[in-house]
Design a protein. Structure first.
Length: 493
């Protein structure tokens, strides 16, 4: 039955579809084909999550070879949840992509753009689905190389600089991860994650295990863009094409968070990482600095996309806080925030792209009076911004509630205060956007401007509306995240 092959189809379908886009030779044909593929991947991800929630962990053996000798795709509540986020984000953004790509990418490159996009999607899905440590590196390289090309398609020359900077930093991060995996293989003789979860804790605090932990953790933190390893993120998000900024903001760092969870909790174990080593103190320190520094820098940005990029640095800090607390409540909050931030920041970057589509700029000065001229777009920006602040009825409130609750459970009330302080600073930078759009008059010579095409509005509001829906109906996300957190804290492979 085809249902038994869903794990490999989740990765193989976009990988095979990418060269098909090249053969289609036309951007509009490639867009239609990519849209069908992305919605098919969303259906597969939903079916896989349902199977995991109802039947437990799925183990898929490639080529019929039994693990740990053969390559295995292994799905539990953690990566099935992340697969849904990646596939869902890609599918919901595809209606937006057509007009946005037509404006920002030259006609002869559009079919190639969709081919590279599918390769980036393949890499992200592969990282999440595979149960093999080396294949995590392989898929990481696929997604990273494709992302460098996508970022370089931006209209400004600075997009090339941002892509090059990301290439250098990303290569360093990937190399560190590969070195760490090499240490694990040399010491255990296996690359299967479930097998590593059994063998690595038995080795104790040997130099090879300590070195592997250090290399992998730092490498993953670079891909996650946690302070101070975030240097690649602001320019990459600000100068990439609008569709790329939104997609990467919603998915790339979330996969980085998944990698950190998988290696730290599953491979090395909670006792080794958080009790033997001071990972809690390190993660909390870096994450709380990220929350404050990223948010403060965002307040002083004069461009909406750069403001949102630095806001992402702060929001990634919340993920680090939840993981660093190493409790069921904290990890639940981190996983819920992975989902919620994908909705909020994805929708906000799409809204920023919509503004750029109509005005040709995203400077805050260009937003003066835009609340009356583009009311639907600016309403999406305001609602998404309130989600970043963590206002009740938005999904951002739910994840921050769990993080604050986790901090109090651990007796770390200063951490809760930092989370609340980050929300207040977020209110300041969101307030700057609201002021420009609603309380500053439009320039006298401003040309009339209308809303963007309905397809772009549809994608934007699907994500922003989702952030409100899941702020009111928390059962689905919280139940899945709590179950996944319980599995991680138990150390189950």
């Amino acid at each position: 039955m085809i249902a038994t092959h869903l794990p490999v189809l989740q990765v193989a379908v976009p990988l095979i579809a990418a060269p098909v886009c090249v053969l289609l030779r036309r951007g509009d044909y490639a867009w239609v084909f990519t849209t069908v593929v992305c919605w098919g991947l969303l259906a597969i991800a939903a079916l896989l999550l349902d199977q995991v929630m109802s039947g437990g962990t799925i183990s898929y053996r490639l080529g019929g070879w039994a693990p740990p000798i053969g390559i295995e795709y292994r799905l539990d509540g953690v990566n099935a949840f992340v697969l849904l986020i990646i596939a869902g984000t890609a599918a919901l953004m595809m209606p937006y992509a057509r007009q946005s790509v037509e404006q920002e990418v030259r006609p002869e490159r559009r079919h190639l753009f969709y081919a590279i996009f599918l390769l980036a999607l393949t890499g992200l899905l592969g990282i999440t689905a595979t149960g093999d440590a080396f294949n995590i590196y392989v898929f990481l390289e696929i997604s990273s190389l494709a992302s460098y090309v996508l970022i370089a398609q931006g209209r400004r020359r600075r997009a090339l600089t941002a892509s090059y900077q990301y290439l250098i930093v990303g290569t360093i991060g990937a190399s560190l991860i590969l070195i760490g995996i090499g240490f694990l293989y040399a010491k255990t003789g296996t690359l299967n994650i479930a097998d590593l979860a059994v063998r690595v804790p038995a080795l104790g605090e040997t130099p090879a295990v300590l070195a592997a932990f250090a290399f992998i953790t730092v490498g993953v933190l670079i891909k996650l863009a946690l302070f101070p390893f975030h240097v690649w993120l602001p320019n990459a998000y600000a100068y990439a094409p609008s569709m790329v900024s939104a997609f990467l903001a919603a998915t790339a760092t979330k996969v980085g968070a998944y990698m950190l969870l998988r290696f730290v909790f599953t491979v090395f174990g909670v006792h080794f990482a958080f009790e033997t080593l001071p990972l809690t103190e390190i993660l909390l320190a870096l994450s709380l600095i990220a929350v404050l520094a990223g948010s403060l820098v965002a307040v002083f940005q004069s461009d909406l996309k750069r403001l949102l990029a630095f806001s992402s640095v702060g929001q990634i800090g919340y993920l680090g806080v939840g993981i660093g607390l190493a409790s069921v409540t904290g990890v639940t909050g981190a996983l819920v925030h992975v989902f919620n931030h994908a909705l909020m920041k994805g929708g906000l970057f799409l809204a920023a792209g919509t503004i750029a589509y109509r005005l040709g700029a995203t400077d805050l000065s260009a937003l003066h009076g835009l609340g009356r001229r583009m009311p639907f777009t600016m309403a999406a920006v305001v609602i998404g911004g309130l989600g970043l602040v963590g206002v009740p009825i938005t999904s951002g409130f739910v994840s921050k509630w769990y993080l604050v609750q986790a901090a109090f459970e651990e007796g770390l009330w200063p951490v809760a205060l930092f989370v609340l302080a980050g929300s207040l600073i977020a209110l300041a930078y969101v307030g700057r956007v609201v002021e420009a759009a609603y309380f500053r008059p439009a320039p006298p010579d401003a040309e009339p401007v209308g809303e963007a095409p309905w397809a772009m509005q549809l994608s934007t509001w699907a994500l922003i509306g989702g952030s409100v829906y899941f702020g009111l109906h928390t059962d689905l996300t919280v139940v899945i995240a709590e179950r996944a957190a319980t599995v991680l804290l138990a150390g189950a492979p």
